[in-house]
Design a protein around this ligand. Structure first.
Ligand code: TXA
Ligand code: MG
Length: 325
């Protein structure tokens, strides 16, 4: 497996050859790294599921290189969705729309809808444009694990299971895209992410949260997801740390020195964007075999803080139920 700098034309050329022969490459996006295949080649897409060990019932996001491609892959696009894509594309917003038959069923796990986004990372865009086809890509982590925000995370997590990783530096958002759908004159949030509720509401007015009612309309919304291997416990402050053989993911700089083995501070000054950019990277660092538990300090649930808390809750549910994916 090779890691090549994504800003060199020769690297894009090499990635292109791999995609054209129906194989997969990892590539950077502004949210997290993706594991990509030609979205119109069902055999190539099948490899993503194998490499990720991902269940076939979990649909993939289709990444397009130009907003004008949308009409080729999605059916009716409601005016509100057009306003959202006008505002946030290229960028970390995924819209769920009726799918056109050209998208293979394996991409959408048999659903009649497809999740589409146009990423803003220049390496992702040049790769998609060079392929002239959309790229289907989940986050480049093994199923159920945390998303990689650096090329070296991908290399470590997927080892020799793929031929090439394009390195595009650290993902600037560090949190996956926000996923929305539109139904009954209403925008629904399926997954909190890098575009905040507040930002969406500036464009389309009030949006609704999809209820976590256990139905599997979007199986990636399974309650256990984004989980470290070590158990994770959410605490209100460092005072609640009860086991010193632990790691601690602090939101702000803690007062005093909590007695734990490892500590990472997401944002010493409490800036949510900075915290998000460090979020998965620090959790990955703290997920060590020599600790019993990872404590995570509660993050204010505003802006991108919602997306981080959504992920922490899912990770801690795995701990409490003993289950997992
Ligand atoms: O930022 C991101 O979105 C990253 C980068 C690589 O683009 N991708 C990503 O993909 O997070 P993944 O596969 O890890 O998460 C995609 C989520 C899953 O929870 C999946 O269930 C949901 O999107 N999804 C995809 N298509 C859907 C559809 N048609 N209906 C409902 N949910 C869908
Ligand atoms: Mg993922």
């Amino acid at each position: 497996m090779e890691i090549l700098s994504g800003d060199k034309p020769a690297s894009i050329e090499k990635a292109l050859k791999i995609l054209r022969r129906g194989d997969i490459v990892a590539f950077p996006t502004e949210t997290v790294y993706g594991l990509g295949a030609d979205a119109l080649n069902p055999y190539a897409v099948a490899k993503i599921f194998e490499v990720k060990k991902r269940p076939r019932f979990d649909p993939l996001i289709v990444h397009i290189g130009d907003r004008r491609w949308l009409s080729a892959f999605a059916g009716h696009v409601p005016a509100e969705v057009v306003r959202l894509t006008d505002r946030f594309w290229p960028g970390p917003l995924t819209v769920i729309l009726p799918k056109k038959p050209v998208i293979p069923d394996i991409v959408t796990a048999g659903l009649a809808t497809v999740g589409i986004r146009m990423p803003s990372h220049p390496v992702a865009l040049s790769l998609i444009k060079a392929l002239k086809n959309p790229i289907a890509a989940p986050s480049a982590n093994p199923f159920g694990y945390m998303s990689p925000t650096k090329a070296r995370h991908v290399a470590k997590m997927l080892e020799d299971r793929l031929p090439l990783i394009l390195d595009g530096g650290d993902s600037v958002f560090g949190i996956e895209s926000t996923i929305i759908s539109y139904r009954d004159n209403q925008v629904y949030i399926h997954r909190h992410g890098a575009i905040t509720v507040e930002e969406l509401e500036e464009v389309v007015g009030p949006v609704s949260e999809k209820k976590d009612d256990g139905t599997c309309e979007s199986p990636g919304e399974l309650p256990f997801h984004y989980a470290p291997a070590r158990p994770l416990k959410i605490i209100a402050s460092a005072d609640e740390i009860g086991n010193s053989n632990a790691s601690f993911l602090a939101f702000r700089k803690p007062a005093g020195g909590p007695a734990v083995r490892y500590i990472r501070v997401l944002s010493p000054g409490g800036d949510l964007r900075e915290a998000a950019a460090n979020f998965f990277s620090y959790l990955i660092e703290l997920d060590r075999h020599d600790v019993d538990v990872i404590y995570a300090e509660k993050i204010p649930e505003q802006g991108i803080g919602k997306a981080m808390m959504e992920r922490l809750r899912k990770a801690s549910k795995k701990y409490h139920s003993g289950g997992g994916t």
